[in-house]
Design a protein around this ligand. Structure first.
Ligand SMILES: NC(=O)c1ccc[n+]([C@@H]2O[C@H](COP(=O)([O-])OP(=O)(O)OC[C@H]3O[C@@H](n4cnc5c(N)ncnc54)[C@H](OP(=O)(O)O)[C@@H]3O)[C@@H](O)[C@H]2O)c1
Length: 249
């Protein structure tokens, strides 16, 4: 009997990462569920599950995690942070924080697994970006830029890794109010919206509370990641969630 394949997923403490870890476990994979602060009770007990600490913006944390993880068949770069604010009210420190996690964290994790994938001439990297890169939305300029950079990075990287039979793919989720993303993003909101943007910002916040608009569920993202990992014929960009699928046309 062949041993199960192994996937390492970043940002498994909640939302898409947690659901993706569950789905790969259910389907027989060995799962390395990583999070900044591991919490043993988040996932069902299994001898195919390991929980490891990982902060994607800390090089020492990445090195220690991958050393502990051993050989991988797939990496899912899901960890990410959001921010909804007018650019004029955004400090460069906050912008750097977003790029550090969403863009450079993804790049660093990918770089760290490539030697083993290239040497084995196998492996797949899936980067979770966002449907906001398909259709621009206001107050998300920095967040969108941090994710659009990952789209461009991934599509270029795919070309240089194809000769080594290493695949890279993108999953673009739509808006998912049920994850902790919005609440996590609130902690990164600048203290004060510039007065000139106050009404506009309020209108955007109100529109985001529209419960009738189509949204994305965590399981949509987990299924899209599953397809990106397991189906070599999957397209480069996989929208996840009915809103994202509609946007992708
Ligand atoms: N929800 C949406 O509407 C939406 C839409 C499109 C795309 N996305 C993207 O989908 C991904 C997952 O989002 P989600 O909705 O599941 O949000 P979430 O519930 O807030 O989960 C985000 C995860 O990223 C982790 N994380 C943040 N910074 C990290 C770091 N430096 N190192 C390691 N892990 C870190 C968080 O861990 P901690 O618990 O340690 O903070 C958490 O586990 C993100 O990349 C997000 O940008 C979300």
């Amino acid at each position: 009997m062949t041993s199960p394949s192994t996937v390492l997923i970043t940002g498994c403490s909640s939302g898409f990462g947690l659901e993706t870890a569950r789905l790969f476990l259910d389907r027989g994979w060995r799962v390395i569920a990583t999070m900044r602060q591991p919490q043993a009770d988040l996932l069902p007990r299994s001898d195919r599950l390991r929980m490891l600490p990982l902060d994607v913006i800390q090089p020492d944390s990445i090195a220690a995690c991958l050393q502990e993880a051993g050989p991988l068949d797939a990496l899912v770069n899901n960890a990410g942070v959001g921010m909804l604010a007018p650019l004029e009210g955004t400090s460069l420190t906050l912008a750097q924080e977003l790029f550090q996690t969403n863009t450079l964290g993804t790049l660093a994790m990918t770089q760290a697994v490539l030697p083993q994938f290239r040497e084995r001439r196998a492996g797949v990297v899936v980067n979770v970006t966002s449907s906001v890169t398909l259709k621009p939305l206001p107050l998300l300029s920095v967040y969108t830029a941090s994710k659009a950079a990952v789209n461009a990075f991934t599509e270029s990287l795919a070309l240089e890794l194809a000769p080594f039979d290493v695949r890279v793919r993108l999953v673009l989720p739509g808006r998912a109010p049920t994850t902790r993303f919005g609440a996590n993003a609130m902690t990164r909101m600048p203290g004060q919206v510039p007065p000139a943007y106050a009404d506009f910002t309020q209108a955007v916040f109100t529109s985001l509370r529209d419960l009738d608009a189509p949204t994305t569920q965590a399981i949509d993202v987990a299924e899209a990641v599953w397809r990106a990992v397991t189906d070599p014929t999957a397209p480069m960009r996989l929208p996840a969630g009915s809103d994202a699928v509609a946007l992708a046309g």
